[in-house]
Design a protein around this ligand. Structure first.
Ligand SMILES: Cc1cc2nc3c(=O)[nH]c(=O)nc-3n(C[C@H](O)[C@H](O)[C@H](O)COP(=O)(O)OP(=O)(O)OC[C@H]3O[C@@H](n4cnc5c(N)ncnc54)[C@H](O)[C@@H]3O)c2cc1C
Length: 416
């Protein structure tokens, strides 16, 4: 059984170890120059879930079998992304079991079925028996030259995440006029405001857009800069107009997450303020209409609030508006998606039934929630949640075991 895994992020690596332990023929394709490229990109951000929830028992086991001296982080440790990468994901990818199965610099471009188009053999067993054909684009890191080839697989597990495939700032989530031309993909990531990217923000005027934990993290970091240099100013715009920009989770058990959200809200809302020196001006209930650039390089951002237009002038824009799945690679497969979240429909429907806003309160939704019309194709990890940002690693670890159950239940027949 050939198992192709897309993405060597935390869930792709854990899945590789899980299926190699069960003697499957596993290949992992990673577009980045390093494993866990997305985690590395936000490596300066501290995870809010403890290490015990971010690692699997089988992962620890295979590392220990490969390296008798390995010391895992403490179970309760709240690691920064890069610490999680160095102390766990890297040893996992380096262990003997995974030796030679990860192809870096290799992007999955498309996945199809051999001899069958999208509309062929709907619901028929013959579709399940035809192998997947994966178009791969490998780039030589030195010369930047690309080559293409195809590989076959019996099962494909898409663990390619969503980070980096950003949503847009404009009205209704579409790109606003000027946005595509003036902003680059890095404006939608999480910059290292207090480290590598400090010069970009120190003493500058920044527009932060978004009302999630990424925006909260940016706001708190920018205030640290403002404490050192009072010229650092922030305008924070959010579509919603709650009591504070970040909706709080009552009794949040993830204390790090709760602390960031509260600090950001205190900086935005004068009545909550514990400090008089906030660098933040919060504009709630605002939609961003258009972006243009002045001759001096600063941006003019046109926003609208209750029908009134206002122009904000800033040095830069930090778009913390979330991510969405890249569906292009499986466009020719029979994947049934949710029209709102763009996640696979069965899981998306189960998620709609969740009432708690606390993502730690979630549990995985069972193996059948991962099935879709294309037998043998599974979307797991952060991508399985589509635009929903509540995914947690502990859920992805359960999903891997669920896919294992589905494969041994539904696909382990001769000829598949
Ligand atoms: C800032 C931040 C903090 C977070 N904190 C937590 C936390 O505390 N606890 C928690 O449980 N979760 C947290 N999450 C959510 C989630 O667990 C992480 O996003 C996690 O990295 C998801 O793992 P993944 O393997 O599904 O996807 P990713 O880590 O995104 O990995 C996907 C991999 O696929 C590769 N890839 C993408 N497209 C292709 C392609 N076409 N071909 C080949 N390779 C491809 C990427 O380069 C990447 O290496 C956080 C997320 C973010 C962004």
């Amino acid at each position: 059984m050939r198992v192709a895994i897309i993405g060597a992020g935390p869930i792709g690596l854990e899945a590789a170890a899980f299926f190699l332990l069960r003697n499957y023929d596993v290949r992992v394709y990673e577009r980045g120059t390093r494993i866990a490229d997305n985690v590395a990109s936000w490596g300066h951000v501290r995870l809010f879930s403890p290490f015990s929830l971010n690692r699997s028992d089988w992962g620890l086991q295979v590392i220990a079998e490969s390296d008798g001296d390995y010391k895992p982080p403490a179970e309760h440790a709240l690691l920064a992304g890069r610490e999680y990468l160095e102390s766990y994901l890297k040893p996992l990818s380096d262990c003997d079991l995974l030796d030679g199965c990860i192809e870096l610099n290799t992007r999955v471009v498309s996945i199809t079925k051999q001899g069958l188009g999208k509309a062929h053999a709907i619901g028929q067993a013959s579709r399940g028996k035809s192998p997947f054909v994966i178009l791969l684009e490998s780039t030589d890191p030195d010369t930047r030259r690309s080559t293409e080839r195809t590989e076959l697989a019996d099962v494909v597990i898409d663990c390619s995440g969503t980070y980096g495939n950003h949503r847009w700032l404009g009205v209704g989530g579409a790109p606003g006029p000027g946005e595509r031309r003036l902003l680059s993909s890095k404006d939608y990531l999480l910059p290292d405001i207090l480290g590598r990217d400090i010069e970009q923000f120190l003493g500058k005027q920044t527009l932060v857009v978004g009302s999630g934990y990424s925006a909260a993290t940016s706001i708190v970091s920018l205030q640290h800069l403002a404490n050192a240099n009072a010229a650092t100013r922030v305008t924070w715009v959010t579509r919603a107009s709650h009591d504070g920009p970040i909706p709080l989770i009552e009794g949040d058990t993830l204390t790090e997450r709760d602390a960031i959200a509260r600090s950001a809200n205190e900086l935005a809302v004068k009545e909550l303020a514990t400090s008089v020196n906030s660098c933040v001006t919060w504009l709630p209930g605002v939609e961003l209409e258009a972006i243009s650039q002045r001759d001096d390089g600063s941006y003019e951002v046109m926003v609208v609030k209750g029908g009134e237009r206002e122009t904000i002038v800033v040095d830069q824009i930090l778009a913390n508006v979330g991510y969405r799945p890249d569906r292009e690679m499986y466009r020719e497969l029979q994947v049934h998606e949710c029209y709102a979240s763009e996640g696979p429909i069965k899981l998306a429907a189960a998620l709609l039934g969740e009432t708690s806003s606390d993502c730690l309160a979630q549990s995985a939704h069972g193996a059948d929630s991962l099935k879709n019309p294309e037998a043998g194709f599974f979307i797991i990890g952060a991508k399985s949640y589509g635009r929903n940002s509540k995914f947690l690693l502990k859920l992805g670890l359960q999903q891997i075991q669920d896919v294992g159950e589905l494969i041994s239940r539904d696909f382990q027949q001769p000829g598949l």
